[in-house]
Design a protein around this ligand. Structure first.
Ligand code: SF4
Length: 576
């Protein structure tokens, strides 16, 4: 049987302790996002930050190098999780810890050093104020290159509500404001280093499962061609052609100059090389060259947020803006949304933040003001929901539960609307079920994107499968060419336990329901399962929600019924 332990860190007292993670917990919540939700709930009075690996981290399985971070979002007030690729998850697993539970606040800036031999809290006064890449470089100079670093930038230090946490200066825990959580607790960075590995229970079965998974990844057009060749930016053309690309703060549904900011153009003009998370045959990450500098990204969502949504088609400008956002440590999706919101405020004569649709002038300066919470940038640093309550424009402050809407216009794919409305962390394309997969790409099979019939079940199943992926943890793109059957076999081969796809589906449903119940404790209900008025007029949300609640066996008020809770959790869902 696998052993598993969590490291509890009390920042206020500067002390650490270890606790076993019981097998029953891992059976029910798997790891990653599921384990994060469980440990958050168990320690809810402290609202901890939980960083969790999954059972497939540090194994030879492809696309398993990610790591999950959970907490209470400063942007939405919900529980949220965010996961990042790169190598931090693998290194953390090698320390021997499956999870970090971080409580309390440090009275001075610190960073955590965690290895398989020791745990230390180190002073970080000299790092405070540095951008994310400089922080990473300094820590690697000091600790050597056999470490992985996650850190915040100036935005997280100042509590920008959509501040991110960057991993090795290149991948992001983007959505929900993880950087602000680090900043308010005085945590500048975490450094991990370890030599351990996850032992396979049955090596032959592991080899067979890897062979099968790689064969599917290497033959499916999305994972063998589109993503390796063009990265996520390759999605721009298709999403735009289906009139599903939010443009001009979603006043339009497609961008006439989208080709100028798409994957083909990025590859032709700026791609220096491809890169990937540990153990990934796809390597979707782009490394671009601009004015002699190597810059990671931009991803599709960033090209949309800082391009189409602002009506800007200047690719070098977007690359430089993405670089600035990552160095300062802000989520580019929310950043693009607050900029678009500011532009519409000006267009409608309500408030002038010095930026206009289609114009680059003033944007770089405003982004810096947002990240440093200076002048008018301070208002926008609160996100569109809070900013609109201060300056007006609520009707075009586009968010759900406080989290800004990502690229996909739900009027072009109704399932995305239902997903945004019901995602447990607010408007998120991934936590919402990523229904463009079946509504636009036809994966695993095509579903009418402009019909509401059947969307309740489709979206709920996709959300639960996503919760499984985020808990194992595997990259979401793995599910484009493989199914939970393959990952159940992988998990069985590693653990020696007997996992089936339906076991995983049930665990995914349990995790999603636990998050829902936590949000209910924070006062969220069906009234929050909604969409901005700009979309509601054209989307049959009420019909989809009715079907969705029925499928999930929730009440008409969107509350999991007693029988459903008993089925998923037994009789002892204890709250602290
Ligand atoms: S597809 Fe991209 S994000 Fe996913 S594991 Fe591979 S490199 Fe990382």
């Amino acid at each position: 049987m696998r052993d598993s332990k969590a490291l509890y860190i009390n920042l206020s007292k500067g002390i650490f302790s270890e606790r076993e993670i019981p097998k029953e917990v891992r059976d029910r919540f798997i790891g990653g996002r599921g384990l994060g939700a469980f440990l958050f709930k168990e320690n809810m009075e402290d609202e901890p930050i939980v960083i969790a690996t999954g059972p497939l981290n540090a194994t030879p399985f492809p696309m398993t190098g990610r790591v999950s971070l959970s907490g209470r979002s400063p942007l939405s007030g919900t529980i949220f999780d965010s996961n990042a690729g790169g190598s931090f998850g693998t290194f953390l697993k090698r320390t021997g810890y499956d999870a970090l539970v971080i409580k309390g606040r440090s009275s001075e800036p610190i960073y955590l050093y965690i290895s398989d031999k020791e745990v230390r809290l180190e002073k970080a006064s000299e790092l405070w104020g540095l951008d994310t890449l400089s922080t990473t470089i300094k820590l690697k100079e000091f600790h050597g290159n056999k470490v992985s670093v996650i850190s915040i930038g100036p935005a997280g230090e100042r509590g920008v509500r959509f501040a991110n946490v960057m991993e090795d200066g290149r991948r992001a825990f983007g959505r929900g404001g993880a950087g602000a959580l680090f900043g308010e607790r005085g945590v500048k960075a975490i450094v991990v280093s370890g030599e351990g590995k996850t032992e396979a229970f049955d090596r032959e079965k592991v080899s067979n499962a890897i062979y099968e998974i790689n064969k599917l990844i290497n033959t499916h057009p999305l994972t063998s061609q589109l993503l390796p060749n063009l990265g996520t930016a390759g999605m721009m053309r298709v999403i735009n052609s289906f009139e599903t690309l939010g443009t001009k703060n979603f006043q339009k549904r497609s961008f006439s100059r989208a080709d100028k900011i798409g994957g083909e153009e990025l590859k032709r003009r700026f791609l220096k090389r491809k890169r990937g998370c540990l153990n990934c045959p796809i390597s979707c990450e782009r490394v671009c060259e601009l004015e002699g500098r190597e810059i990671t990204g931009p991803e599709f969502e960033t090209l949309w947020a800082l391009g189409a949504n602002l009506m800007i088609d200047d690719l070098p400008f977007i690359i430089a803006l993405n670089e600035k956002a990552n160095l300062l440590g802000v989520d580019t999706i929310s950043l693009g949304s607050v900029l678009a919101f500011a532009m519409e405020l000006k267009e409608k004569g309500i408030e002038d933040f010095g930026v206009s649709f289609g114009e680059k002038r003033g944007i770089m300066e405003l982004v810096e003001d947002i990240a440093l919470r200076r002048g008018k940038g301070s208002t926008l640093s609160l996100g569109v929901k809070e900013a609109s309550s201060m300056v007006g424009g609520e009707e075009f402050a586009l968010h759900v539960k406080g989290l800004e809407i990502p690229a996909y216009d739900p009027r072009g794919a109704f399932g995305m609307g239902l997903g945004y409305a019901t995602s447990n962390r607010g408007a998120c394309h991934l936590r919402g079920g990523f229904s463009v997969s079946f509504e636009i790409y036809g994966v695993p099979r095509r579903v009418n994107r402009l019909s509401f019939t059947g969307k309740g079940a489709h979206v709920a199943k996709a959300q639960d499968a996503g919760a499984v992926a985020d808990s194992l943890i595997i990259c979401r793109f793995a599910l484009l060419s493989t199914s939970l059957h393959h990952w159940a076999r992988a998990l069985s081969a590693i653990t020696g336990e007997d996992w089936t796809a339906s076991d995983l589906e049930k665990a995914g449903e349990r995790i999603f329901n636990l998050e829902r119940l936590i949000n209910q404790r924070y006062g969220f209900s069906s009234k929050d399962d909604t969409l901005p008025e700009r979309f509601r007029r054209e989307i049959p949300l009420d019909e989809m929600l009715k079907e969705y609640y029925e499928y999930r066996e929730w009440s008409e008020d969107g509350i999991p019924k007693r029988d459903k809770i008993a089925e998923l959790f037994g009789d002892d869902l204890r709250w602290p």
